[in-house]
Design a protein around this ligand. Structure first.
Ligand code: NDP
Length: 486
């Protein structure tokens, strides 16, 4: 392999790479070929202890710096990340299988955006002055939470490591990040870059491991906050464990988001939205609009245009910049997708594209489209997390909204229409945290991102994330004498 994917050691703790080969072996697999590209070890109790102790030891001095000083380091890290975009993108592609065409413009770049954005914001984090009766007044201070734990899913390993790390550090916290065992390589690079930019040792530690390592971190009384990106079942467990210690949480969980296409929409734009919301990252995106509701009058033109556009899918070597569809991230995820496609056929959906795994090495599945999908079918109810689009017909706006909201999830939702009033009316009625009008799946750092209902609590990105990585202290100031009853 021309590119060295084996990290110097498994964990990054207290400013350096650390190994403990007593931990369970994790083989990192390149999804495009199935080849093992790195071997690392899960964290042992000794590694977890070192991560927690060093983070706690470093945090108070970090919080005592000015926001300007903290922000400068984050912004320097963002510059280094941008300079290394090519290498980081190649690594992201090895880690996840996502095509370089995507990783080179989305992953390290959005990580750098988060570092730059919160680097700029760190100096602006202030409290309020509150005038009160009789000349008294109160003020609030925005304080760090202490030690935050970030736990990542496998689809956006660099982005998730930065979306959690950047606001946490800007607010004066320390962070321990546990990547998914499926994609453990990229977060180590984020840690390296932060320290190269001047982050004091201990403030951004990366520990590897499966769910058990995450659980050990979440239940440790020295941890103040947990931010998870993962599935709803894991979210339930982690939220419950965090509640026991009354810890702060952010839960970015799964979805089964609706995308509504009205007959007055620009059909080509709607097809673009549906492609972005179903096939980008081979469909492994939490906010994907996998239930595409198309008004019956335009369903056939929509499907015809989609079929045309699918001819533009280039499936192949993910490191080739011409490729726009990579493999699934793991053999397990491929099996899950195959299972759902079989269910779709069994329950009577009409397969109009894809549907069969691509033979050979690696974990390949083509863009797949089902038409004639009904609301009760498994493929319309459960998150698949793969390149499987369900197209459902509808007649009226009310009907479409009722059906769109008939799900326990509420991460995202989109609408394509040329009618401005309708667009806003529909968005108002969506039970979803992140909505799109005539677009889909944009996630700029300036815009809060997150879900309602079972899709999670809290928000990432924007100023909103600051609320979730800091706490307010209120101070009452009496200018005269206190009046005691005796
Ligand atoms: P999982 O829920 O399986 O895992 C998420 C992370 O939690 C992994 O690092 C996992 O470790 C860890 N974990 C598992 N069990 C525990 C536990 N008991 N305590 C602490 N940590 C634990 O999700 P996937 O990695 O399979 O990712 C796919 C899911 O993530 C999808 O449902 C998707 O919708 C969601 N997602 C949500 C996003 C959002 O922002 N809303 C964005 C991206 C994905 P390990 O896997 O290594 O064992």
């Amino acid at each position: 392999m021309p590119y060295d994917t084996q990290p110097p050691a498994s964990h990054f703790i207290n400013g350096r790479y650390v190994e403990d080969s007593a931990g369970d072996l994790i083989e990192v697999v390149y999804p495009a070929t199935g080849a093992v590209i790195a071997r690392i070890h899960a964290a042992t109790p000794a590694i977890i202890e070192e991560a927690i102790t060093s983070a706690r030891a470093a945090q108070a001095a970090w919080a005592a710096l000015s926001g300007t000083e903290r922000g400068r380091i984050l912004r320097r890290a963002s510059e280094i990340m941008r300079e290394r975009n090519h290498d980081l993108s190649v690594l992201e592609t090895f880690d996840t299988g996502k095509p370089y065409q995507e990783t080179s413009v989305v992953d390290a770049t959005s990580g750098a955006d988060a570092l730059e954005y919160y680097g700029g914001m760190a100096a602006t984090l202030t409290g309020e002055h509150i005038p009160l009766a009789g000349g008294d007044w109160a003020y609030t201070k925005r304080e760090a939470l202490g030690l935050c734990v970030g736990i990542g899913a496998w689809n956006y390993p660099t982005q998730i490591a930065c979306w959690k790390g950047a606001p946490a550090l800007a607010c004066g916290n320390a962070m321990i990040f546990k990547p998914s065992e499926t994609t453990p390589l990229c977060a180590l690079k984020v840690a390296e870059i932060l320290h190269e930019a001047g982050l004091p040792a201990g403030l951004y530690n990366v520990v590897q491991g499966m769910g058990a390592v995450g659980a050990a971190l979440v239940t440790d009384p020295r941890v103040d906050k947990v931010s998870l990106t993962g599935s709803v079942p894991t979210g339930r467990k982690v939220y419950a464990a965090a509640a026991d210690g009354m810890k702060h949480v952010t839960m970015e969980l799964g979805g089964k988001s609706p995308l509504l296409v009205f007959e007055d929409a620009d059909i080509d734009a709607a097809v673009s939205g549906a492609i972005l919301g179903n096939f980008y990252s081979t469909g492994q995106v939490c906010s994907n609009g996998t239930r595409v509701f198309v008004q019956n009058a335009v369903i056939e033109p929509f499907l015809a245009r989609l079929a045309e556009r699918l001819k533009g899918a280039v499936i192949g070597d993910p490191q080739d910049p011409a490729t726009n569809i990579g493999p699934m991230a793991s053999a397990r995820q491929l099996e899950i997708v195959e299972g759902y496609v079989a269910k779709g056929l069994e329950e009577g959906a009409r397969l109009v594209a894809g549907g069969t795994r691509i033979a050979g090495e690696g974990f390949w599945f083509p863009p797949t489209v089902f038409a004639d999908v009904t609301d009760d079918m498994t493929i319309a109810r459960e998150e698949i997390f793969g390149p499987v689009m369900s197209v459902l017909g509808f007649d009226t706006e009310d009907e479409a909204l009722r059906r769109a909201n008939d799900t326990p999830f509420g991460l995202a939702a989109g609408v394509f229409t040329r009618d401005l009033a309708r667009a806003h009316r529909v968005v108002d009625a969506f039970e979803a945290g992140t909505c799109y009008i005539n677009s889909y799946n944009d996630a700029p750092v300036e815009m809060p991102f997150g879900g309602v209902k079972m899709s999670g609590v809290g928000r990432e990105n924007a100023r909103a994330a600051i609320e979730h990585y800091s706490q307010l202290k209120s101070v009452y100031v009496r200018m005269g004498q206190p009046e005691a009853p005796f």
